[in-house]
Design a protein around this ligand. Structure first.
Ligand code: ATP
Ligand code: MG
Length: 318
């Protein structure tokens, strides 16, 4: 529902409301009569508008309480995408879940983009082979999406590489606002394109580049928060989708006592993603994955490999 759907709210009033920051049904429902009167509306119509906004959001997912039975039914729909490595799947409780955001974080070359590519292929596998039989959206902010790489991964799984490429919808995000718009667009096309996975690779690079000074940090956090909530509510929850975001961590040699593996974006990202997987390089092709945060799985570690064929279990276990 748009705010134009409220009684007595035409284009002009809607514009006034938006300008004053009342840009959603929730914002209007939570407003006081005097606040809305301040922007030049009569008391009677203000009362009507707020009442209708409250009615309007009653049955939206944001406002509705659901019974435990309904919550359970929804959770029974959760699907899991195999990573290609049995060990990593086990660590993640069987694969990367739908209805959740999984954050892959780690230093450059730790395998975040490789794993995101692999999942974009694997989501297309039938359910009995570890996929969802659905397609992928890939929001690429660093220009590191490589169709050739996907083709090798597809071939290794005996999938038709052209079909696999056709089922991945890639968009290059030019800045953080564009990135946020693309996420909204993704929500609009999710059903039509049978989307089971949405990747944002990487979540923070634009935000990091655009919001530098201390003063802008709060704005940045607020925007990321909004972005993450949209990914969760309008994609993961609304369409039973798996969300994977990548996040680079940089060692900070100048800050001696700070955690050198602190993810960019700090706590906002941490608290809004459901699963957090820390990746690091090990010997040769080996990578170590550590599950850092999960609502119901034990923390733990495993080893996997990035090979020419994609993500796999490590053969030699030393
Ligand atoms: P960044 O933070 O820079 O985005 P990342 O975590 O996304 O890093 P990836 O791009 O996933 O890193 O990993 C790159 C690494 O993956 C390479 O250094 C290489 O070790 C490995 N890799 C990439 N392609 C192949 C391939 N075809 N065969 C084997 N290993 C590969
Ligand atoms: Mg990358």
């Amino acid at each position: 529902m748009e705010i134009e759907d409220l009684p007595g709210v035409g284009e002009k009033v809607a514009e006034k409301l938006r300008e004053a920051g009342f840009d959603s049904m929730e914002a209007i429902a939570a407003a006081s009569v005097s606040e809305l009167k301040d922007i030049g509306l009569g008391e009677a119509s203000v009362v009507k508008i707020i009442k209708a906004a409250k009615e309007g959001i009653k049955n939206t997912p944001e406002m509705g309480f659901e019974t435990g039975i309904e919550a359970l039914k929804k959770r029974e729909l959760i699907g899991k995408i195999t990573t290609g490595s049995e060990e990593l799947d086990k660590l993640m409780g069987g694969g990367i879940e739908t209805q959740a955001i999984t954050e892959l974080y780690g230093q450059f070359g730790s395998g975040k983009t490789q794993l995101a590519h692999q999942l974009s292929v694997n989501v297309q596998l039938p359910e009995d082979e570890g996929g969802l039989g659905r397609n992928a959206i890939y929001i690429d902010t660093e220009n590191t999406f490589r169709p050739e790489r996907l083709m090798s991964m597809a071939k290794a799984l005996k999938l038709d590489p052209n079909v696999v490429l056709k089922n991945i919808h890639i968009a290059r995000a030019y800045n953080s606002d564009h990135q946020m718009l693309l996420a909204e667009k993704a929500a609009e096309i999710a059903e039509e394109y049978n989307i089971g996975l949405v990747v944002v690779d990487s979540l923070m690079s634009h935000f990091r580049a655009e919001y530098t000074g201390r003063g802008t940090l709060a704005d940045r956090q607020q925007k990321i928060n909004k972005h993450m909530h949209l990914l969760q509510r309008k994609l993961a929850d609304a369409h039973n989708i798996t969300i994977v975001v990548t996040n680079q961590v940089m060692s900070k040699p100048d800050t001696f006592f700070a955690d050198p593996t602190a993810p960019v974006g700090g706590h906002i990202v941490g608290h809004t993603s459901t699963f957090r997987l820390y990746l690091r390089k090990s010997k040769g092709d080996k990578r170590v994955a550590k599950l850092v945060d999960s609502p119901s799985l034990p923390e733990g570690e495993c080893v996997f490999e990035v090979t020419g064929n994609g993500i796999q279990d490590s053969k030699n276990k030393d």
